[in-house]
Design a protein around this ligand. Structure first.
Ligand SMILES: CC(C)(COP(=O)(O)OP(=O)(O)OC[C@H]1O[C@@H](n2cnc3c(N)ncnc32)[C@H](O)[C@@H]1OP(=O)(O)O)[C@@H](O)C(=O)NCCC(=O)NCCS
Length: 133
């Protein structure tokens, strides 16, 4: 499957809120959010199949809003979104990256060198990870 990752507007991905919500991932557009989406390359009207954002506050970024539609999972879409998020942060002088990971996203964050710093609000399933650039 060929897809491209592009920076995008929230309105292009906000329809993921319902399906992401079923998996306890809240999709909203906080101040400072820079959104990326994966688009199937041969669809001219460019319907997204996944998204992620970096919420930038000063020199810090929170990676959130990470969601890939079920039929397109385990094909590297999240990994490709993640690479774009990292590129963006490096290019914009971000020094500290944080994410609140589900069990599905945690392995990729750890593989990219993030380290666990705790559990989110004492939840068993959401692990806070961090990386200093
Ligand atoms: C988490 C999610 C974004 C992964 O998307 P994806 O495009 O399928 O992920 P990728 O194919 O890029 O996988 C990258 C790595 O993530 C990990 N991973 C992805 N899905 C996984 C799963 N179901 N179980 C365990 N590890 C998983 C693996 O390490 C995988 O690498 P591998 O395929 O080489 O083993 C997707 O499953 C999803 O949208 N889940 C529901 C919402 C969610 O949990 N979002 C994370 C919020 S922080």
């Amino acid at each position: 499957m060929d897809y491209t990752i592009r920076e995008t507007e929230f309105r292009k991905i906000e329809h993921f809120a319902t399906s992401a919500g079923r998996e306890r991932v809240i999709i909203f557009n906080p101040e400072g959010a820079v959104w990326f989406a994966a688009f199937i390359a041969d669809q001219s009207d460019a319907i997204p199949i996944g998204c992620a954002c970096c919420v930038i506050t000063g020199q810090k970024a929170l990676f959130r809003g990470i969601f890939v539609e079920k039929p397109y999972r385990r094909k590297g879409v999240f990994r490709a979104l993640f690479v774009e998020q990292l590129k963006y942060c490096k290019a914009h002088g971000i020094k500290e990256l944080t994410a609140n990971c589900t069990p599905l996203s945690l392995p990729e964050f750890l593989a990219k060198g993030f380290t666990e710093v705790g559990k989110y609000k004492n939840s068993k399933n959401i692990t806070i990870v961090r990386y200093e650039l």
